[in-house]
Design a protein around this ligand. Structure first.
Ligand code: TYM
Length: 338
């Protein structure tokens, strides 16, 4: 039985990296006939969000905005469940169980903790450290087979696979399948518009480093115009492009938005200057993103419709989670009461 699970943290607005690296691929899988019978679960991971301080009012709003973005990007609530992670308590429960079989050494290797905690390791919260265990719980709880994510989540996915194996060995069962990451090609890592060596991120301080799904046409055009580039015209070959991270990033974004390849974009634009390429990219980005932001606004103006989607999604996954949790509790040796 195939099951697809993925999620986004409701920590800020969604950017084009989240869309091109993750959500767009969720939609492709949703509509792929080979996954027609698969359960599809898309979560807004608010438990993960509070590993760093969040304003409670903003967090609640962000959960709704991200859920609206899922639908606006093409997730169909008739085919997939959308829900807030905190509404299904089993995520936290399984996270504890998995935490008890996670060697500290495995967590010490996680690069995201090192990046986020930075020099303040001693003050960093336990939740930030054990973040990947909760993520493994999200995935394993539903016996997920496929996890579509961007490249930055690869290490966390490896941990989820290791924990599935560790659980099965510890309890002598063949319970959790090993989840497969699905990291799709060229959009797996969209870079920061001001620094092509850093990934585009919700948490980067400057908003000029990313294109948000809700940016208006002028803002998108401004951000692309101001994006860092070099003075040379676009090259002819992918090898030459890959030596220029900022140019490569803009060509990649163009190719993905246009549903084509970088090679194809170069065949149209090699020899052209950024003064010509950037306005074309801005026009394409506006064309592709404005229907998404319009649909998001529509959903935000109809809170009842969005509520219904979240309630139905939550009810569906709660039932799946509770069924699996019963089995997991039994395997672990917990006492069933009533
Ligand atoms: P988050 O919220 O940081 O990102 C959501 C998704 O967007 C992808 N992504 C990118 N892809 C390409 N280029 C980028 N610059 C870029 N930035 C982000 C991420 O890879 C991700 O797929 N830990 C996860 C959330 C999570 C999760 C899960 C995901 C919690 N539990 C279970 C899958 C399964 C996170 O922080 O994603």
């Amino acid at each position: 039985m195939k099951r697809i699970f993925s999620g986004v943290q409701p920590t800020n607005k969604l950017h084009i990296g989240n869309y091109l690296g993750a959500i767009r691929n969720w939609v492709k899988l949703q509509d792929d006939p080979t996954f027609a019978d698969a359960e599809k679960i898309f979560c807004v991971v608010d438990l993960h969000a509070i590993t760093l301080p969040q304003d409670p009012v903003a967090l609640r709003q962000n959960v709704r905005d991200i859920a609206a973005a899922y639908v606006a990007c093409g997730i169909d609530p008739a085919k997939a469940s959308i829900f807030p992670q905190s509404a299904v308590a089993a995520h936290s429960e399984l996270s504890w169980i998995l935490g008890c079989i996670t060697p500290m050494g495995w967590l010490n290797r996680m690069t995201q903790f090192k990046e986020k905690a930075g020099k303040h390791r001693e003050e960093a919260g336990l939740g930030l450290y054990s973040y990947p265990v909760l993520m493994a719980a999200d995935i394993l709880l539903y016996k997920t087979s496929h996890v579509p994510v961007g490249e930055d989540q690869k290490q966390h996915l490896e941990l989820a696979r290791d924990l599935a194996g560790a659980f099965n060995r510890r309890y002598g069962v063949d319970y959790f399948p090993l989840p497969e990451p699905i990291i799709m090609g060229e959009g797996a890592r969209i870079m920061n518009l001001r620094d092509g060596t850093q990934k585009m991120s919700k948490s980067a301080e400057s908003d000029m480093t990313r294109i948000n799904l809700t940016d208006d046409a002028d803002t998108i055009a401004l951000k692309i115009r101001k994006a860092k580039t070099d003075p040379d015209p676009l090259p002819e070959t992918i090898e030459a492009l890959e030596k220029r991270p900022e140019a490569d990033n803009l060509v990649t974004i163009f190719a993905l938005l246009d549903d084509t390849s970088r090679k194809d974009v170069l065949s149209r634009y090699s020899g052209k200057m950024f003064s010509e390429f950037k306005p074309a990219l801005a026009e394409l980005a506006v064309e592709k993103l404005s229907p998404i932001s319009a649909r998001m606004r529509e959903l935000q103006e109809h809170p009842d419709a969005l509520n219904r989607i979240l309630i139905e999604g939550t009810e569906k996954v709660r039932a799946l989670a509770e069924k699996d949790m019963e089995e997991i509790r039994h395997i672990v040796g917990f006492t069933k009461m009533a």
